[in-house]
Design a protein around this ligand. Structure first.
Ligand SMILES: [Zn+2]
Length: 357
């Protein structure tokens, strides 16, 4: 098409069309622009149609072709822009910046207790009515508190650097391998109080460290809850009654416990405590490996050497202690097959555990 075919003002209008279109920020503006370009009367296309009518026979064909191309281009571009603006308006109506005083405000996502901390709190709540309070100790411990005070002999394999994290520059320090050093610290600190008050009972929750490779059931850092009671004439029946009560409180009134003889240096006698599998009720499942029982605790009567280390006369005083792995219980209660999920803090997992809103 030769430019001279069309009047100069129409050519100007055509040149300015893309910019004018982009400048339309709402449907009203677009309708006005539509009127200017393709409206029935007084628009650029109306003028072009008059030109066409008035054109000579020979020119009509060529001019008609040029006018059609122009009109179609305008119409299509206006239509496309209209769909865009309509979509934007719908979006605004749905999510928009309208303010309705009757609607509740949007609530921002909140943090919450981690599932492991929730479980620790629950364990503390189970024992609190029995008179237990919480004792804490440092995660960096001395060999004396972590091993010596617990009757763990110098040649015990757990003391080796293959199992325990030591500090290169401070060889007498280590990352505690269990929460049991809190027993030693508490007995040492409260020995006069214990003898005056007739005994003590406490829980010691916390992090512990062992040189384990990370896999679905092991981690170099995990949590334990330790429990200890010291008094007069304390026997296995007290331990059994206490743990039976605790397991019922934790897993429901049908929970049963079973004691199996075992050995830990800081108790005598020592035992492992199983609970009737809370998932299958004892009929056998994957979690209990078809045995109907799940091992949950290590326990026993406090070894006389542990009391003696703290200056407490084992002829007068006796007690029991127990320890459990928090992750182990959490995995069982929640049927989580992989321990690592508790440390990776994937919000999707935490939400299923009730750890987040
Ligand atoms: Zn089972």
């Amino acid at each position: 098409m030769e430019p001279s075919l069309l009047p100069i003002d129409i050519l100007d209008a055509q040149q300015g069309f893309p910019e004018a279109l982009a400048a339309c920020k709402d449907l009203d503006g677009l309708m006005r622009l539509k009127g200017v370009y393709i409206g029935r009367e007084g628009s650029h296309s109306a003028r072009l149609m008059e030109l066409l009518k008035a054109a000579s026979k020979e020119r009509k064909r060529e001019l008609g072709g040029a006018i059609n191309v122009l009109k179609n281009a305008w119409e299509e571009a206006l239509k496309a822009r209209q769909s865009e603006l309509e979509a934007a308006r719908r979006q605004l109506a749905t999510f928009g910046n309208t303010w309705d005083p009757d609607l509740p405000p949007p609530i921002p996502a909140r943090g919450a207790m981690h599932p492991l901390n929730q479980l620790i709190d629950r364990l503390v709540d189970v024992f609190r009515p029995l008179g237990y309070h919480v004792e804490e100790g440092p995660e960096i411990e001395t060999e004396a508190h972590n091993f010596d005070g617990l009757n763990i002999p110098a040649d015990h394999p757990a003391r080796g650097s293959a199992d325990t994290f030591y500090f290169e520059k401070y060889p007498e320090l280590l990352l505690r391998t269990h929460t049991s050093p809190v027993q030693v610290r508490t007995l040492l600190r409260l020995a006069p109080h214990i003898q005056e008050k007739g005994g003590i009972r406490f829980l010691a929750p916390g992090r512990v460290y062992r040189k384990d490779e990370i896999d679905p059931t092991h981690s170099p850092m995990f949590h334990q809850v330790e429990g200890m009671l010291v008094g007069h004439d304390i026997g296995m029946h007290h331990l059994k009654g206490t743990l039976a009560y605790a397991m019922k409180a934790l897993f429901g009134p049908a929970a049963e416990v079973r004691f199996r003889p075992s050995y830990f240096p800081f108790v005598e006698p020592g035992c492992e405590v199983d609970v009737r599998c809370p998932l299958c009720g004892g009929s056998g499942c994957r979690v209990c490996k078809q045995s109907g029982w799940v091992e949950l605790l290590g326990a026993g009567l406090v070894h006389p050497n542990v009391l003696a280390y703290a200056g407490i006369d084992s002829n007068i005083w006796s007690g029991f202690a127990f320890g459990m792995g928090v992750e182990r219980i959490a995995m069982m209660v929640s049927q989580t097959p992989d321990l690592r999920l508790f440390f990776e803090n994937d919000q999707r997992f935490l939400k299923t555990m009730g750890g987040l809103d």
